[in-house]
Design a protein around this ligand. Sequence first.
Ligand code: NAD
Ligand code: GLY
Length: 373
Amino acid sequence: MQANSPFSPAPAQVRIDLAERSYPILIGTGLLGNASTFQGLPAAAAALVVSNTTVAPLYAAQLSQALQAHYARVLLVTLPDGEAHKNWPTLQLIFDALLENVCDRKTVLFALGGGVVGDMAGFAAASYMRGVPFVQVPTTLLAQVDSSVGGKTAINHPLGKNMIGAFYQPQLVVCDLDALQTLPGRELSAGLAEIIKYGPIADMAFFGWLESNLDALLAKEPAALAYAIQRSCEIKAWVVSQDEREAGLRAVLNFGHTFGHAIESGLGYGQWLHGEGVGCGMVMAAHLSAQLGRVDAAFVQRLTRLIERAGLPVKAPVLSTANNAGRYMDLMRIDKKSEAGEIRFVVIDGPGKAAVCAAPDALVRGVIDLCCA
Ligand code: NAD
Ligand code: GLY
């Protein structure tokens, strides 16, 4: 895994290596409105841009114009915005648009938006006529460093996050740094959570770089953003190329997510952002790692400090006044990593290395009590 010079302004390309399902991730400026970005995609009569009520007014016209060089018909479906809409009725709107416009099985879907749009458009692409090509055009930092890459697509169920979905790889990922300039600060911080994640699980040198360059990232300096996105995508590309369908290794990308998903579903989707749940979840998982003797208190403090500096919550919310730890445990049992009702956690097994393991209930409850206090 080679990183480019930290401040190279040149557009970068990271490749996801998956034999016949391989594809490039483009990272640069001026990409989404440029017809040449989309050269070489499968030929089709129609393209459907899937976006939402916030992103479509900002970027759909630019993208559609670029796509008109390649497709006779460029259609748009605009979904309601927000995690609370990542569900069956919203997914149905994509199928409605495809069928009402008599879209055939060559139609290419373009997901224009954050992770919610990307996950839903990807799932629609995986299932419409048993699979049509799709392209990710992520417009949040979180989507550029994580959700648009690696082919996980899903919708939520009221009982559990991302519980219904498919593995389905895009043909291309286009990370246009310009789009991040309109991103609200809270969403930028949410994206930083997934970037920070890559340090403790895989690359402490990158973690050190983040400590030194966090202010530049918070100020949306393009060179810093470009490097952080590229390095994150390189790490994710490496993990996904080893374990596309999460038979083992890929689970490390879920560091902080077991606690984080419990927070998201326990509070009701959309109360805390996904990245906020992951940020706080990483603090909780770091405490658990320390309780299990895998890292020391100094590491927990160092990670907590960076997460806090990124503008993310580090104190966990109380989900039940009657039995808070019990509520967390119940929610965490509904997790794709659980086996026979046993919760499995991603822990840090020494800085820069992650492992997946079960933990004694009493220890986990202790961590929840500590982090909610
Ligand atoms: P999001 O998609 O809800 O986007 C955040 C907000 O920013 C939304 O209101 C959106 O409309 C707005 N927005 C998007 N781009 C914008 C822009 N350029 N300017 C202004 N506003 C903009 O949230 P997210 O953080 O991007 O993604 C979170 C979702 O991603 C969760 O559902 C999570 O489960 C999923 N996810 C999936 C994977 C995966 O591997 N598939 C990985 C991580 C997260
Ligand atoms: N975001 C976790 C994964 O892609 O596996």
